[in-house]
Design a protein around this ligand. Structure first.
Ligand code: FE
Length: 342
C-alpha cells in the first residue's frame, strides 16, 4: 500500500512539473528594424509584463511577402517596419488589423497614424535638404523649398537616390497632395534635369557625394546624417561634417516627415499582448530610447529629441496625415517614372 501511494505521488509530481499552470504569455514580432534597434526595448517589455517576445528580423519587403505567404497560419502578432508608404502597403495587402487603443491614440499625433487604426508611427524622421558647407558652394539664402530644387540654378548640382526608393516615393506623394499631380510631374522633370548624376546608392551615398564635391545638394533622411556623425567610420564622420541640414518649406507646409511604425497582424493569435507591446513602445521611456538609438525624433509629443537632433534646430514639419503617403504612392511612382527619374 505504502509502495503504491509513493508511485502515485511520484506520478503526480511528474505531471505537475510537466504541465505548467499557465501557458507562457508571448508575442511574436516580425521586424524590419535591426535587432539592436529594438531588442533592448522588447527585453524591458518582457521584464515589465512577463510577456515573452519572439523576434524575427528581415528586410522590409521580404517580411510583407512572408506574411502574405503565411496567411492565416502565420505566428506573427506584430509587424514593425519603416515608412508610412510601406505600412500602407501592408494595410492594402490586408496583413494588418484595426487597433482600438486610447493609449495609442493619445500618445501618437493623429497625422502620424493610420486613419483606420491599422498602423501607428513609433518614431519620426525628416527628409530635408542637405547642402555643402562652406567654400561658397551653396548660399543658404538661395535655398527655400523642395519645389525650388527644380529651378535651373541647381543644374547638375543635385544628388538624390532612385525613384524605386520608398522614401522618395513618399516625398513625391506629399508633393502631389500639396501641389497636384501635374505640377509635381513638372517639378520632377526639373529635378531630373538638375541631377548631378544618374541616381545610385542609398541616402548616405548622397551625403558622401556632397562632401566629395560631386554635387552641392542632397535630399536624405536625418538619421543617416546622425549615424554618420556618431558612427565609427572616420571617412563617414568627416563627410557628414561637411554637410549642413536645410529645413525646406518653412514658409508654407513644412519639411517632409515620415515614420517607422507598427501594426497588429490580421491573423494574430495574441492580439491583447500585441496591443500591450505597441502601448509600451509609445510610453515616454521607450520613446526616448527608441528615438535616440536610431537618431530619430520621438512621435510622443512630450518626449524631447536627443541633443544632436536639437542641435539641428527646431523645424516646422508637414502636418499632412501620413495615411495620404500610401494612398498617393501609386500616382507618385507613375509621376517619377514619366519624369524620367531613374
Ligand atoms: Fe532608412
Amino acid at each position: 500500500m505504502k509502495q503504491i501511494s509513493f508511485i502515485l505521488f511520484s506520478v503526480l509530481i511528474a505531471f505537475s512539473t510537466a504541465l505548467p499552470v499557465f501557458a507562457q504569455e508571448e508575442v511574436n514580432v516580425y521586424s524590419a528594424r535591426k535587432e539592436k534597434l529594438i531588442k533592448p526595448l522588447l527585453d524591458e517589455f518582457t521584464e515589465a509584463t512577463g510577456i515573452k517576445v519572439n523576434l524575427l528580423t528581415g528586410k522590409a519587403d521580404a517580411l510583407l511577402k512572408r506574411l502574405e505567404t503565411e496567411g492565416p497560419n502565420t505566428h506573427a502578432d506584430v509587424l514593425i517596419t519603416v515608412d508610412a508608404g510601406r505600412l500602407d502597403r501592408a494595410k492594402k495587402m490586408q496583413l494588418l488589423s484595426t487597433i482600438n487603443s486610447s493609449k495609442l491614440n493619445q500618445a501618437i499625433p493623429e497625422n502620424l497614424r493610420d486613419r483606420d487604426g491599422q498602423w501607428y508611427g513609433l518614431s519620426l524622421r525628416s527628409r530635408p535638404i542637405m547642402y555643402a558647407k562652406g567654400r561658397g558652394r551653396v548660399k543658404k539664402e538661395n535655398l527655400s523649398s523642395y519645389e525650388d530644387l527644380a529651378d535651373p540654378k541647381w543644374k547638375g548640382r543635385i544628388c538624390i537616390r532612385s525613384s524605386s526608393n520608398i522614401y522618395n516615393q513618399s516625398l513625391v506623394a506629399s508633393m502631389i497632395v500639396a501641389n497636384g499631380e501635374e505640377k509635381t510631374e513638372q517639378w520632377a522633370e526639373g529635378l531630373v534635369a538638375n541631377m548631378a548624376r544618374s541616381p545610385k546608392g542609398g541616402d548616405r551615398d548622397q551625403i558622401k557625394a556632397v562632401a566629395a564635391g560631386q554635387c552641392d545638394i542632397a535630399v536624405a533622411n536625418t538619421y543617416y546624417l546622425g549615424k554618420m556623425l556618431k558612427g565609427k567610420d572616420k571617412d563617414q564622420r568627416r563627410a557628414a561634417k561637411r554637410v549642413e541640414i536645410f529645413w525646406p518649406n518653412q514658409d508654407d507646409r513644412g519639411a517632409h516627415v515620415n515614420v517607422s511604425g507598427a501594426g497588429v497582424v490580421a491573423a494574430s493569435q495574441n492580439r491583447d499582448n500585441a496591443v500591450k507591446l505597441l502601448e509600451y513602445l509609445v510610453s515616454p521611456e521607450a520613446q526616448g530610447w527608441y528615438a535616440r538609438v536610431n537618431f530619430e525624433y520621438p512621435v510622443h509629443a512630450d518626449v524631447k529629441p536627443s541633443r544632436l537632433l536639437r542641435q539641428w534646430g527646431e523645424f516646422k514639419a508637414d502636418q499632412l496625415n501620413l495615411t495620404e503617403l500610401g494612398e498617393n504612392n501609386p500616382i507618385a511612382v507613375k509621376v517619377m517614372d514619366r519624369a524620367g527619374w531613374k
